[in-house]
Design a protein around this ligand. Structure first.
Ligand SMILES: Nc1ncnc2c1ncn2[C@@H]1O[C@H](COP(=O)(O)OP(=O)(O)OP(=O)(O)O)[C@@H](O)[C@H]1O
Length: 299
């Protein structure tokens, strides 16, 4: 449904995206995560044809997005910052979308209006940041998008609206088979709604996987041995991090979990427990694995 193929993008003379490949399946919710400045917004702007790649291409609903009006009419995009005609009132902006998008659904708009409670008579310039995001969500959901691209859609929303928005996105996927690509730093939210995750770092896709697989591959193991930890366990190449508290070792393992557990069992551990990790923890350890670490600093 969304395919980014071998894409390079330069901005201000710098290579911002480097041979990026992304694959988002139909009716799935794909979370794009990465550190500040990794290239998330740049990638999303390439997908919606605001930016043109120097190399590679973007296919949406099976077609190249470049100048493709038909596909764009089925594409909803919530940008990181909302740019509207500031002199417009909310109702004028709604009219603009109503008359521009052939798949506009009035019933859906009325339903969303009840949820978001925006005053249609208000000038857009007088709306708060969160209210502008709400307006953008309302407009882009009312066009019955087949594909929805969301760039940090919940930043600036209050907790009640935030939860509502996430529920609406899930509902959109299950009732309309919408394909969703969402970039966010709120990994707890993504963990709740996404089925796939892509990590981008310094303009390159580091990994792309289902949350289920990611969570079963990267796990925490607590282990203790009577006579200290054997060397070949300590040196296992799949270990992302190892820490000890007395005799108990806490080990973050990146892959080949079953083999690692069998290896541990050969040494008759006195404690062996595997613990699930949150997406946020997984992200931090994965980023540590590619050298993106923070120092402990006391100010
Ligand atoms: N118009 C521009 N001209 C030059 N460089 C740019 C421009 N826009 C973005 N960049 C650079 O491209 C890189 C990626 O920026 P981008 O906004 O895509 O990152 P991001 O992953 O969305 O970051 P964040 O999580 O902080 O929003 C950054 O180094 C940024 O400085």
């Amino acid at each position: 449904m969304i395919r980014v193929l071998n894409l390079d993008k330069y901005l201000g003379g710098d290579k911002i995206l480097d041979n990026v490949n992304v694959n988002v399946e139909k009716s799935s919710i794909y979370g794009l995560i990465g550190p500040n400045g990794a290239g998330k917004t740049t990638l999303l702007k390439n997908i919606v044809d605001i930016y043109r790649p120097e190399k590679g291409e973007v296919l949406v609903l099976g077609e190249n997005i470049k100048d493709n009006k038909k596909i764009k009419s089925q594409l909803g995009y919530i940008a990181d910052y909302q740019y509207f005609y500031s002199n417009f009132k909310v109702e004028q902006m709604v009219d603009f979308y109503r008359n521009t998008y052939p798949l506009w659904e009035e019933k859906k708009y009325i339903k969303l209006k009840r949820i978001f409670k925006l005053d249609e008579k208000k000038k857009i310039s007088s709306l708060s940041k969160g209210m502008k995001t709400q307006l953008s969500l309302m407009l882009n959901l009312s066009i019955s998008p087949k594909v929805l691209i969301l760039d940090e859609p919940t930043s600036g929303l209050d907790p009640v609206i935030k939860r509502k928005v996430l529920d609406i996105i899930i509902d959109e996927v299950s009732t309309n088979e919408t394909t969703v690509l969402i970039s966010s730093h709120h990994l707890g939210e993504l963990e709740r709604i996404c089925d796939h995750i892509g990590i981008i770092h310094e303009g390159k896709i580091l990994l792309e996987d289902s949350i289920e697989k990611l969570k079963s591959n990267v796990r925490k193991v607590q282990v203790a041995f009577k006579d200290g930890i054997p060397e070949d366990i300590k040196n296992n190449r799949d270990i992302l991090k190892i820490e000890s508290r007395g005799r108990v070792y806490e080990i973050i393992v990146n892959d080949h979990m079953d083999e690692f557990i069998s290896q541990i069992k050969q040494y008759n551990p006195i404690l062996l427990e595997t613990i699930d990790m949150s997406l946020e923890e997984i992200f931090i350890y994965k980023m540590g694995g590619v050298g993106y670490v923070f120092e402990d600093i006391t100010l």
